[in-house]
Design a protein around this ligand. Structure first.
Ligand code: ARG
Length: 571
């Protein structure tokens, strides 16, 4: 595909002296208003170099470059050179490439040879996997897919919260009040109830706290009875998590969570000592971060046990030594901003020059229309229940609307779960948002069902066009003069811009850029479909229009794929 900015910069470099092609390329703009052209070049900066008034320069440049066949028209307007592309050339070049590249359209090899770790989801075992966890899970999954698409070697890590003093409490509670059958039948709800009971009982009997601490110490020492129970809790929890991951179509390469680092800590405590970073405070060891405007970081407690932050330091170094990452990305809620700033600073102070290749990608809170959640008070909305409800409600809508499908069940899953994921990825990740059923399942708004429906609509047009026509549209030399009308051209422009949107989403760790882009493509497609008849009698015209439909469908599918969402052929 022609890189227009690059091509224009090359043309400009023959007309202008004193700036490199790269500098020129950075100056080329895309006007917000299409009436000002597809691209524009401002001449202000050149005035100093050339000692001429900008409008004169614009006029000069326009004259020199306007003959190139990529342009339909080049116009000097005040200090700007406005460039209108030849729609014919543009559409032909774009569609040809999109159709040829198919599933690969938008891919790049920019990341070749570089390893990117994406850590996401990372729930705490024996705790509910609730609606709040959906954010890290779905955003992280999309960031992984985007980096994979950009050619990086990727490693997906689930840093399970499977370690810490709470397991002392859990084991203590299980031994006192627990029942094996109940745990097997409903592990997380049952374990959570033990945990809650512990917190109630400890009010009356403070000695329980000491008992729990002793149990955790035994666990840390690797005493078989405690380890066995802990392992069992972990396995049962993971079974539940996996059920939800399967529904979402999400996978991991590693479940090395906090416990994995439990025996790797002494080295870092020693390194911190050697670097003179540790300070004693009431028997505990801390790193003073006042010089960096942060509160102190607690590294070991007075009883010698390590903490969440210590395990993050160990994990980062392990990952560097094990994977030699180019970037180590953490998709974790913004409530943990300070935690990440603290430990990344400590890794830097330890002299690891890659410290800032560790990137915290934060996101805002999700709340429910009927108030927020509280694990302690048992006001939790389980993610699995939300997904099941989404599928159920979608099934009803499908029946009501008489949606075209071979399997109601398959489509209900694809659309219901896709809808929840899509909503998650619609807004800038840092924004807080309120989960709303009406918005999620709306087939008309800027939603997952809308985009999926548009994809299915394109698929249906292609079915009606027939194999013969589709084949010609894919391979023949199409007459693109039939698809240069405004709505067709707008659609082609959005299709062209897809790879740049993917790249930007990767650079900013912001999947919503892809989401918005495919919403725009879906809307442009529906405008085109409304404005023009695709399946006309004139064979050449039909083939050209079908080619545009193929390219749009293809791009929407690739975009949905980056969000982790399926694209139905019928709906
Ligand atoms: N388990 C933690 C929680 O649920 C999130 C872990 C985030 N990752 C990390 N490397 N600290 O809050």
């Amino acid at each position: 595909m022609i890189n227009y900015k690059e091509k224009i910069a090359q043309l400009l470099s023959t007309a202008v002296e004193g700036l490199t092609t790269e500098e020129l390329q950075n100056m080329v703009e895309v006007p917000a208003d299409g009436k000002m052209g597809d691209y524009a070049f401002p001449c202000f900066r050149l005035a100093k170099i050339l000692r001429k008034a900008p409008p004169m320069i614009a006029k000069d440049i326009a004259q020199k470059i306007s003959d190139d066949p990529i342009f339909a028209k080049v116009e000097p307007v005040n200090a700007y050179v406005n460039m209108f592309l030849s729609r014919d050339v543009y559409v032909k070049d774009t569609l040809g490439d999109v159709i040829e590249q198919g599933d690969h359209y938008g891919r790049s090899d920019a990341g070749q040879g570089k390893t990117v770790i994406v850590e996401y989801s990372s729930p705490n075992i024996a705790k509910p996997f609730h609606i709040g966890h959906i954010r890290s899970t779905v955003i992280g999954n999309s960031i992984y897919k985007i980096y994979d698409f950009l050619g990086y070697d990727t490693v997906r890590i689930n840093h399970l919260g499977d370690y810490g003093t709470q397991f002392g409490k859990m084991i203590c509670a299980y031994r006192r009040w627990g029942n094996k059958e109940d745990v097997i039948n409903e592990p997380i709800k049952t374990l959570l109830s033990y945990y809650t009971k512990f917190h109630v009982e400890v009010e009356n009997d403070p000695s329980l706290d000491q008992e729990a601490r002793d149990i955790f110490t035994r666990l840390e020492k690797g005493e078989p009875e405690e380890v066995e129970l802990w392992q069992w809790f972990r396995d049962e929890s993971l079974k539940e998590f996996t059920r939800v991951y399967d529904m979402l179509g999400i996978e991991f390469d590693s479940y090395a969570g906090e416990s994995f680092y439990s025996d790797k800590m002494p080295r870092f405590v020693q390194e911190l000592k050697d670097a003179n970073l540790l300070k004693e405070s009431e028997g505990a060891q801390i790193v003073d971060l006042e010089a960096y405007g942060m509160s102190p970081a607690l590294i070991t407690k007075s009883d010698g046990s390590t903490l969440y932050i210590t395990r993050d330091i160990a994990a980062a170094v392990y990952r560097k030594e094990h994977y030699d990452f180019y970037k180590n990305i953490y998709v974790v809620a913004s409530q943990q901003n300070l935690h990440f700033q603290q430990w990344i600073k400590i890794v830097e102070l330890l002299g690891y020059d890659w410290a800032h290749d560790c990137v915290h990608v934060p996101f805002g809170l999700v709340s429910l229309e009927d108030g927020t959640m509280s694990t302690r008070e048992g006001r939790v909305v389980f993610l699995e229940d939300v997904l099941n409800r989404a599928v159920e409600q979608t099934r009803e809508i499908i029946k009501e609307k008489n949606v075209n499908t071979d399997s109601i069940e398959e489509t209900a899953k694809m659309v219901g779960i896709g809808a929840v994921m899509f909503q998650e990825l619609s807004n800038n990740r840092i924004k807080d948002y309120v989960f709303s059923w009406d918005k999620v399942l709306n087939f008309e708004g800027e939603t997952g069902p809308y985009v999926q429906y548009t994809h299915a609509r394109a698929a249906s047009v292609l079915r009606k066009a027939g194999d013969e026509v589709v084949k010609k549209a894919r391979t023949a030399d199409i007459d693109t003069s039939y698809i240069t009308g405004d709505s067709a051209y707008d659609l082609a422009r959005l299709i062209y811009a897809f790879p740049a949107a993917v790249k930007e989403a990767g650079d900013k760790y912001e999947p919503s850029i892809v989401t918005r882009h495919i919403v725009n493509i879906a809307q442009a497609f529906n405008r085109f479909y409304h404005d023009e008849h695709v399946l006309v009698d004139n064979e050449d015209e039909k083939i050209a229009k079908v080619a545009l439909v193929i390219a749009a469908k293809n791009t929407i599918k690739n975009g949905l794929g980056l969000l982790g969402i399926q694209a139905p052929e019928k709906m």
